[in-house]
Design a protein around this ligand. Structure first.
Ligand code: IVH
Length: 675
């Protein structure tokens, strides 16, 4: 493809993909199949890699992330990012209204006659200020201290409902739009589910997790987490309307997602009913709100009212009370997860909260215990706020007994007594006795048999407990030596259930390699990573001899995962376990259907395919490489065997290949290799 054509195609695809993105994420109306969308995105990614000079700064490819931030630059806000005055009572809202009217009348005779309010939801997330110039997103800053915030532009570009280039032409030349970035419940649940599968501790609070996610260094990780954003204000010169409401409505036309709920009450009764409606209605929303906000509508009146040192005088928020009750902390127990992470759990005097009896609350980690200074026997407040599990939020110190003792976090495993360890950069303590600590072993077995892993029918948590306690299984490999005679002896087992279990175990031997790899429970190797590794390495022998440099070459594999894979395959016990499982007949190789495999002429050879070709498309070439036993890799390193170069390949690739003495071959030369 020549430069001219590439430039045009990049432009076309950028506009088209952004249009589809808007339809899907803002209008909830998909106009194209996921497959076609992915294909177009892939085409754009490849074109941009070959012609980086034509890639737009707001290309839709930015939505998949990939930019790594070393640190976040702190940048001063053009308009300070203030906070809102809070109240918890309708009376205070009434007082606010009186104050506003008085000030307006003082500032201008009859000023209050023009007064009207807008009610909005108070989204419980992280504030963001996004600047657009000439219709292009140029910067996104967190609130920081209100005066200056962190530049998180690359991460914000991955949020699908935030337009990168605006639609139409009726937007101001230079403006800032502010809003709240949040986790929809569904995205938060999905994230936690994936973490559980990978043996990672789950997140408790969507707001804190949204905040942490925005500060992640790898924007590709952010892209996977599916954050969303509501926008609630515009700042800048030449805004289209003289009032907040109409300005907010106008942003829809520019491609933003509008808040679903916004109203203009005519009197204080209207305000009260908005509060009541949403105090109840929030339970059904797909995201958390922690209150409602009231704003003076006319910009001119906002300006007359101005600001106090920390908040505008023209707005106030009414915060919903998180439901909280007090109860007594009876004891703290410590749970050991599959990965050995220790979670402290508060055992409470049972108490009714938001319609359910609460007996336990999470204490998260040792830091949290120190922060709360919570002690056994204390009376504590328990809240069900934005969190999924109830939280202890405060200790009632005046009720503390004089003989109470500060809580010391355990230093050895509550189950196996092994000395606990801390991993660098993590708050959790871990029991390192992976292969000897019963809850870790049982947790690993549970993971192994799960539906998404070996899918062994007839086995559940309780049966595993029983088999483990009866010493019939000590690790997952023992499942494959279980005998009818052993099982039929057990209380819970009848003829039928024994048969079902043995059949389930037998059937699991046919489970494909990628699932077996996931089932092994290697840290950070979730379903997707396992699939990528399996299809890249094909056999466990190739995977377990891969070096760090090899592994990070594979799509989606970063250093953290690579290190974990390497340490797994260096561990004596894992080596033995894999051997036993292999001897039992489990799949440790991808079953390549012989019809797809054409030869092994390219066995052990790696290729980077770049540019445009005459007879094949890039995708066809990649499949040909695999069909002849070769491997496709993503970047040019010293280990690469061939760079298969087409027309108009980016000059930097060729330069790098030449520097590293990599053989560069043409399409014709490639064809020769496989005849
Ligand atoms: S207007 C000058 N509207 O609440 C501040 N804020 O406590 C004007 N928030 O940091 C803010 N929903 O991030 C406004 N509909 C809404 C909001 C909202 C959530 C957040 C905002 C701010 C915090 C203030």
């Amino acid at each position: 493809m020549n430069q001219e054509v590439a430039k045009i195609r990049i432009g076309e695809l950028s506009v088209e993909l952004e249009e589809h993105n808007h339809s899907y994420y803002v209008l909830n109306n998909s106009l194209i199949s996921d497959y076609d969308f992915d294909m177009k995105m892939k085409e754009l990614i490849e074109l941009e890699s070959d012609f980086p000079e034509f890639a737009r700064i707001n290309s839709p490819t930015k939505r998949v992330g990939g930019e790594i931030s070393k640190g976040f630059k702190t940048i001063e806000h053009k308009y300070p990012m203030m906070s809102l005055d809070n109240t918890y009572s309708l009376d205070e809202i009434k007082e606010f209204d009186v104050r506003v009217r008085k000030r307006l009348d003082e500032a201008e005779i009859g000023g209050s006659d023009l007064l009207s309010y807008v009610c909005e939801l108070k989204y419980d997330g992280v504030a963001i200020g996004i600047t657009y110039k000439k219709g292009e997103l140029v910067q996104a800053l967190t609130r920081g201290d209100g005066v200056a915030g962190d530049d998180v532009t690359a991460n914000v570009r991955t949020i699908n409902s935030i337009p990168l280039s605006l639609k139409g032409s009726r937007y101001p030349e230079d403006f800032e739009i502010r809003g709240e970035i949040y986790f929809p419940h569904k995205a938060f649940e999905e994230l936690n589910k994936a973490r559980e599968e990978e043996g990672e501790p789950v997140f408790a609070n969507p707001r804190n997790t949204a905040s942490g996610t925005l500060k992640m260094k790898d924007s590709a990780e952010v892209a996977k987490r599916k954050l969303d954003c509501f926008l609630y204000s515009l700042s800048g010169e030449n805004l289209p309307y003289d009032n907040h409401y109409d300005n907010l409505m106008a942003i829809k036309e520019w491609g933003f997602k509008l808040p679903y709920v916004i109203s203009k009450p005519t009197d204080i009764e209207g305000v009260a009913s908005f509060i009541n409606e949403w105090d109840e209605g929030r339970k059904k929303l797909e995201y958390n709100i922690d209150g409602v906000v009231f704003k003076v509508n006319l910009k001119r009146l906002q300006e007359l009212l101005g600001f106090t040192a920390k908040s505008p005088r023209w707005a106030i928020s009414y915060k919903f009370k998180a439901e909280r009750v007090s109860t007594v902390l009876n004891s703290i127990s410590y749970q050991v997860g599959r990965t050995g992470a220790i979670t402290p759990v508060a055992n409470l005097e049972p108490v009714l909260l938001a319609g359910t009896v609460v007996k336990r609350a999470s204490l998260h980690n040792a830091d949290q215990i120190v922060k709360l200074d919570v002690r056994i026997g204390d009376t504590v407040y328990v809240e069900k706020g934005g969190e999924i599990i109830p939280q202890i939020v405060e200790v009632l110190l005046d009720k503390r007994k004089s003989d109470s003792i500060p809580t010391t976090f355990i230093d050895s495993c509550p189950i196996c007594a092994t000395q606990l360890e801390k991993h660098e950069g993590e708050v959790a303590y871990y029991c390192p006795n992976e292969d000897g600590c019963p809850p870790q072993i049982k947790g690993k077995i549970e993971h192994f048999i799960a539906r998404k892993a070996m899918n062994i029918d007839g086995l559940g948590e309780e049966t595993i407990e029983l088999l483990y306690d009866k010493q019939l299984i000590a690790d997952v490999s023992d499942l494959y030596t279980l005998k009818y005679e052993d099982l039929i002896e057990l209380d819970r087992f009848a003829e039928k259930s024994v048969q079902r279990l043995l059949q389930g175990i037998e059937d699991s031997k046919k489970i494909p390699f990628e699932k077996v790899l996931f089932a092994l429970g290697i840290r950070f190797v979730g379903e997707t990573v396992a699939r990528k590794l399996a299809s890249h390495y094909i056999t466990i022998d190739r995977l377990n001899t891969a070096t760090l440099e090899d592994l990070v070459e594979v799509e989606e594999i970063g250093e953290k995962i690579a290190e974990s894979v390497i340490s797994y395959f260096q561990d004596e016990d894992s080596i033995k376990l894999v051997k036993k499982l292999r001897d039992s007949g489990l799949q440790f190789e991808m079953v390549e259907s012989t019809t797809n495999m054409k030869s092994d002429k390219l066995k052990d050879l790696s290729f980077v395919v770049s540019g445009v070709f005459e007879t094949y498309s890039r995708e066809e070439l990649k499949s040909e490489i695999e069909a002849h036993g070769g491997r496709n890799v993503s970047s040019i390193t010293a280990k690469l065997n061939y760079l298969l170069a087409g027309d108009k390949m980016g000059p930097s690739k060729l330069e790098k290949a030449n520097k590293l003495n990599i053989r560069v071959i043409s399409e014709d030369e490639f064809k020769e290799m496989i005849v």
